[in-house]
Design a protein around this ligand. Structure first.
Ligand code: FAD
Length: 559
């Protein structure tokens, strides 16, 4: 609905005559730039009712929207209200509302449909203009100059179910998808959601999947950080802006990527592949210092250097500089270093979108606290999933964690749907073994028994991490060829495992290691010299059922 062409015909010509332009990412706002005429409208114009308000303001400010149908937008006497067309929006009731339209929302819809959920009983409210998509593709296939994937190719659940769910899919499967519909207020006590476009929804069960947004610099802390050319990457709109810069520079430009996490590494590699010269500036001593041990991180850093990336560590941004055309020209760090660039991509983490629930739900780890069934504390009808959920990690002494990775967002969404369908489905073997949900098997146990799994891809590399990165590390092999790192905790249990360049079989072993966390004799580990010997050793530490995996592997080898 991000297009004037979706307005009724009589309004399209009016908008064109008055040069009304698409003003912001929120399609509810249109502004006539010359004389401050504003228009707000409710989305879903073509399908249902709609509301319009036009009014004048002395200064061009984004109006705060009131409910369509109300004639007094303007308490301020400078605004003259001209109600153009107005009709009252109805409220809608749903059994389940998924609030948010990202990865978790798409997988919730997929699970709901797979489990035979009734039509028109589940709605997704999303403030994005397109159906839920596999967000990780934004820094991968979407930026890849060879394939240039378009969002319709990576709508969920393209990653696991091999088909992207477009708007038609939602319609055909009876899932009501409200795009460009941003929730403005959630009233937990009356189970009511009020959206910016005037829609009102009531739910019996709510699944909160509002995810995170990119952490941004504020100009008061980092002067000139609001200049044009300082970019972030979280949504499809952000990714389009980055891709436009790549196209504009046609392989001749220079970008500065600020940050040293997995997203910064992925975007830096995408830029290099697009022939943009990159400087990476990160605050730590080495890349990905929250996950990797220094020895491993330095191997990845070398890969980046070999690809021509300039690597600067211990960088803390002090301010940006402005070019005479209003774009950013350079960034300066606290130690006085200054780096010039055509554009800057800031990847300094994410902020969970919890504001709607502050004061209503219990918060933890910066997110919403949930129990083993992903239900919010004290509210069994409300679930939180994906980036936003702080949940007890059963496999690791129920430590409460918040995980900002895609595998958890998929599995937690599926688990919440299962729980709603069958009360506590986890003790119910019938549903636990439902083949339609086999893709989520790992998360389905007597409770949400999640084994953390993260991955990232850059250049020709792809690392995968299983488990928990606490304790002492043992590293074998080398990036970019093949590398394995184990994390051993205080009780000599293997709790985490990181792989690069390993086979699918080795990945299965790694996953089982993270599940079973076997004890190990560290002196034996020290005697292992070759990376190829590590898996043989690990296999012997696993319970008997791993023999099955070994047999499968041997059969495959013999074929
Ligand atoms: P999101 O996918 O962020 O979805 C939240 C949705 O809620 C969004 O659509 C948002 O617009 C909407 N929303 C928020 N507030 C409102 C509101 N008030 N009203 C209506 N809608 C609202 N993880 C990995 O493990 N591996 C990777 O390689 C990887 N790559 C990534 C690459 C990029 C570029 C990014 C940004 C993230 C990547 N991630 C990766 C992280 C992963 O994508 C997230 O963990 C995942 O998207 C979280 O899913 P979610 O549904 O909880 O949140």
């Amino acid at each position: 609905m991000a297009d004037i062409g979706l307005l009724p015909a009589f309004l399209q010509s009016w908008c064109t005559r008055n040069s009304i332009v698409f003003q912001s990412r929120n399609t509810a706002h249109y502004h006539l730039q010359s004389n401050s005429l504003c228009c707000s409208y409710a989305t879903k114009i073509s399908r249902v009712n709609y509301g319009f308000g036009f009014w004048r303001t002395q200064s061009l400010v984004t109006p705060s929207l009131t409910k369509p149908g109300t004639r007094s937008f303007a308490k301020n006497r400078n605004r003259k209200v001209l109600v153009f067309q107005c009709s009252q929006l109805e409220s809608k009731n749903y059994h389940i509302i998924v609030l948010g339209g990202g990865v978790a929302a798409g997988y919730a819809a997929f699970s709901y449909v797979s489990m035979g959920g009734e039509s028109n009983q589940l709605a997704i409210l999303s403030d994005e203009p397109v159906p839920p998509y596999e967000r990780p593709s934004l820094s991968k296939g979407f930026m890849d100059p060879d394939i240039r994937m378009e969002p319709s190719e990576f709508y969920t659940c393209a990653a696991v179910a091999q088909f992207p769910q477009d708007e038609k899919w939602y319609e055909e499967h009876g899932v009501d998808l409200y795009l460009n519909t941003r929730a403005q207020q959630v009233d937990i006590s009356s189970k009511k959601i009020i959206c910016e476009n005037g829609y009102i929804f009531y739910y019996e069960k709510l699944i909160i999947a509002t995810g995170s947004r990119a952490r941004r610099y504020s100009p008061s802390q980092v002067p000139f950080s609001n200049l044009d050319g300082i970019l972030y990457l979280r949504s499809i709109e952000d990714a389009n802006v980055v891709r436009n810069w790549i196209d504009e520079l046609k392989g001749q430009g220079k970008a500065v990527v600020i940050g040293g996490g997995f997203l910064a590494m992925e975007i830096a590699s995408a830029l290099v592949v697009n022939n943009i010269h990159v400087t990476m500036a990160y605050p730590g001593d080495y890349l990905l210092n929250k996950l990797f041990p220094a020895q491993v991180a330095k191997q990845y850093e070398q890969v980046f250097r070999d690809k021509g990336v300039e690597m600067l560590n211990n960088c803390f941004v002090e301010n940006f500089y402005e070019r005479n055309d209003g774009f950013a020209s350079a960034v300066r760090f606290q130690d006085g270093r200054k780096v010039f660039g055509d554009f800057f991509i800031v990847c300094i983490g994410a902020v969970p979108n919890i504001e709607l629930f502050q004061g209503q739900l219990q918060l933890q780890n910066g997110g919403i606290e949930v129990n083993h069934r992903l239900q919010c504390v004290g509210h069994s009808d409300i679930y939180a999933v994906g980036d936003i959920a702080s949940f007890p990690l059963k496999a690791y002494s129920n430590r409460p964690v918040r995980i900002e990775h895609v595998d958890h967002s998929r599995k937690s969404a599926a688990s919440a749907i299962l729980d709603i369908f069958h009360g506590n489905p986890y003790g119910n073997t019938k549903h636990r073994d439902d083949p339609r949900l086999s893709v989520f098997r790992a998360a389905i146990d007597t409770t949400y028994n999640y084994i953390p799994f993260y991955y990232s891809r850059m250049f020709e590399l792809c690392w995968n991490f299983y488990g928990d990165n606490s304790g002492t590390t043992f590293v074998w092999g080398n990036v970019p060829s093949k590398m394995v790192t184990l994390w051993i905790d205080w009780s000599n249990k293997i709790v985490g495992i990181l792989l690069e360049g390993c086979s699918p079989f080795e990945h299965r072993v790694a996953h089982q290691i993270a599940v079973h966390r076997p004890k190990v004799d560290t002196s034996e580990l020290q005697r292992i010299a070759q990376v190829s010997q590590v898996f043989e050793h690990l296999l012997n530490l696993l319970p008997e059922k791993m023999e099955k995996i070994r047999t499968i592997q041997e059969e495959n080898v013999n074929k």
